[in-house]
Design a protein around this ligand. Structure first.
Ligand SMILES: [Zn+2]
Length: 408
């Protein structure tokens, strides 16, 4: 028997009791984290585990310092139940985003609070250079947090393992074709690293920490160096059969249009609306190597190259939003990632009247398009959440054996 459910539901994976035990531990931690503090019976009800299983897991987690006893809750008749809460000091997870031109590293404590962040620019994306930067950033952040490291998640631009599309263009990571990134990163830092597609992780980050907190079905258009889509469906990421769902950067928006910088086809969205194209245009106008702060400054000054790119991006993203709505029927579409907030606000404003779609209802709780709230950190936050929260799919489960199996 194989039952796989996502979210707070228990999982039974037939012949692998160790794996379901790890899963159930994370279900319990996640339920307690989301509710602040809970008694054993309440945990059992919410996690759909037996009271005996919950009692054992809670004892274990208290013993390991991941949960803490909060005393008894005053209630009606009888002995009030002991309450448990996650111990923020019980451990930390680290999330790293490796983009084509920068690396973002964050640490979260067990309650999901941001404890450290670093953003460094990358001039060289060859594996040797990236692995060295990754190891040194990881150890710097780890030292600044102090508590036990419970896991590390890394996000990189997808798509993964596609002939002709993998790691070939400037918006992916040159030099990484044919390299097992998870294995190389794990070997470099000495413990298991989970690797995820950047746009999916960004959607997870926004779901847990940003605009998606109260939204269980949304699409996130993610500006890395390229452009991707993360999909949250019923509160969990939708990844597709091979982890490549949402590769909208290579959807044709202009038949026989510009050659795509990454895949070589003509007229891909990425050739018009990506940060890569914006920076390339700025480079041609005599401003090479613009970073985040430069984009902010140029936008404030209403630089014509930035203005022209925003107009063009809005022109192609508007119909894309309507297409996503027609296909996936989300509550809203969130824009987020490596662009200054003011630029994203302008893109949204200039999309103007979006094409009619299934989302064109008169009564809407949310606008059709929202800007994300976690800024440049979004994908790294999602990466840090991968080992911490129960937001993972079966494919990731295998590399998450045990929450606390990493030597301190
Ligand atoms: Zn393309």
């Amino acid at each position: 028997m194989t039952i796989q459910t996502i979210g707070t539901h228990p999982v039974a994976i037939g012949k692998n009791p160790e794996r379901s035990r790890d899963h159930n531990r994370r279900v319990v931690l996640d339920v307690v984290r989301r509710h602040g503090s809970l008694g054993r019976a309440h945990i059992a009800k919410l996690s759909q585990l037996t009271p005996q299983a919950v009692a054992n897991i809670v004892d274990e987690l208290v013993g390991e310092g991941l949960l803490m006893e909060m005393g008894r809750l005053r209630s009606g008749r009888g002995q009030p139940p002991i309450q448990f809460a996650v111990n923020p000091e019980g451990g930390a997870t680290i999330g790293v985003e490796i983009a084509a031109d920068h690396m973002v590293t964050v640490a979260l404590d067990l309650s999901g609070r941001l404890r450290a962040k670093r953003i460094t620019s990358l001039k060289d994306t060859t594996p040797r250079h990236i692995l060295a930067s990754f190891t040194s950033e990881l150890s710097t952040v780890r030292k600044s947090v102090g508590s036990k490291l419970l896991g590390t998640g890394v996000v990189m631009p997808g798509p993964f393992e596609i002939d002709g599309m993998t790691s070939v263009g400037p918006t992916t990571l040159p030099g990484w074709a044919g390299i097992d990134a998870a294995q190389a990163l794990s070997e470099a830092c000495g413990h298991t690293v989970v690797v995820e597609n950047d746009a999916t992780a960004a959607a997870v980050g926004e779901r847990l920490f940003g605009a998606g907190l109260a939204i269980s079905n949304f699409c996130m258009i993610y500006f890395g160096v390229g452009i991707g889509l993360g999909i949250i469906q019923d509160g969990a990421p939708y990844r597709g059969a091979f982890g490549n769902a949402g590769e909208i950067g290579h959807v044709t928006v202009v038949p026989k249009g510009r050659p795509c910088p990454s895949c070589g086809q003509l007229g891909c969205l990425e050739g018009y609306a990506s940060v890569y194209v914006l920076k390339e245009k700025l480079g041609r106008a005599g401003m090479p190597e613009c970073e985040f702060a430069d984009l902010e400054r140029l936008h404030r000054a209403e630089h014509p190259v930035v203005e022209e790119w925003i107009d063009e991006a809005a022109t192609y993203l508007g119909p894309m939003v309507a297409m996503l709505e027609n296909i996936l029927d989300p509550q809203t579409v969130i824009l987020g990632g490596a662009l200054p907030d003011a630029i994203m606000d302008d893109i949204i404003a200039r999309m103007g009247n979006l094409p009619t779609s299934v989302a064109s209802r008169r009564q809407r709780d949310l606008p059709r398009v929202l800007r994300g709230q976690t800024g440049q950190l979004t994908a790294a936050l999602g990466a840090a959440a991968l080992p911490l929260f129960d937001m993972v799919t079966p494919k990731l489960e295998t590399s998450l054996a045990g929450l606390a199996d990493i030597p301190a």
